[in-house]
Design a protein around this ligand. Sequence first.
Ligand SMILES: Nc1ncnc2c1ncn2[C@@H]1O[C@H](COP(=O)(O)OP(=O)(O)OP(=O)(O)O)[C@@H](O)[C@H]1O
Length: 330
Amino acid sequence: MAEVVLNGVSKTFGATEAVRHVSMTVPDGAFVVLLGPTGAGKTTTLRLIAGLEAPDAGTITIGGEVVNGTSPAERNVAMVFQQYSLYPHLTVRENLEFPLKSPILRTPKAEIDRRISEVAKVLRIDHKLDNKSTQLSGGEMQRVSIGRALVREPAIFLMDEPLSSLDAKLRSELRVELKRIQAQLGATVLYVTHDQIEAMTMATHVGVLDEGGLVQFGTPREIYENPVSTYVASRLGLPRINLLPVSVFPGAPADAAIIGLRPEQIEQGAGREAKVTRVEHLGDQMRVHLDLEGQAITTLADPHQNYATGDTLKIQPRDPLYFDATGQRI
Ligand SMILES: Nc1ncnc2c1ncn2[C@@H]1O[C@H](COP(=O)(O)OP(=O)(O)OP(=O)(O)O)[C@@H](O)[C@H]1O
């Protein structure tokens, strides 16, 4: 429904460059996950697109129109925050109706009722529609907040860790539902999360931010397989990529300083001897923590293997990633 383009967008708060010259094209219907540690500029990027902050430089274009200077209400954008923001004196139904009752929209009553019942069902809050929002649990309140964005059927959803306050079961269910609703509406989504599974399963594109700058933008697979730096490589993948001095294994290119090995890039049965320091059984997989010349390495093994602390295991790299001393990919 709408492409979002940021062109050289910057935003400074006092001495902090929260967003630094960010250029990014979010295709129509894309699901973009923004990754980066705390303070990287993820929330500020969303707030700039929503119109809650004004950029100091650059342009923001939504659906082909420059929106710098337009109000949030004019942008057809819905934002869901990590912290639910409901009207406490209203019921769930009234909270959900609120965005549709705007005089500009003039949504007919039957249409309002239809959307609310549909969204409430998806979010499993249909039995709580007549409760005051203060009578809900935290997870229920967060679902109502998400519902308030969904009923509007906006062109763009901006979501800032919307599922992080929910328990694991509900989170995995809503992950699937959000993705389904997005596909159904054809909506464009920008989504902030620290959750690896959300990033890998929901994203069509991933943007990695570092101190306000966009350091890589691509499909989750590109970011995972072809990271431009150790910083980007460390943002995606669980267990995390192992970053080791190149001296640990033979065969590195001359200018390489760091070898990057994702758990599946470690072949077992030949190569250097490493000591098993810990084994974690996770049901469908087994994580094996190793020590090689004082370097901690994490890899995966067949869950039926009988590895134990103290065992030795031969390992060697398979198609590793190499980085220079500054962490840039070679
Ligand atoms: N209103 C503000 N006033 C002053 N500084 C701000 C303001 N908003 C953000 N910042 C600063 O801008 C930088 C980026 O903040 P932002 O909230 O965008 O980061 P983030 O990546 O979303 O972090 P988190 O994961 O913790 O939410 C931080 O250094 C933050 O302290």
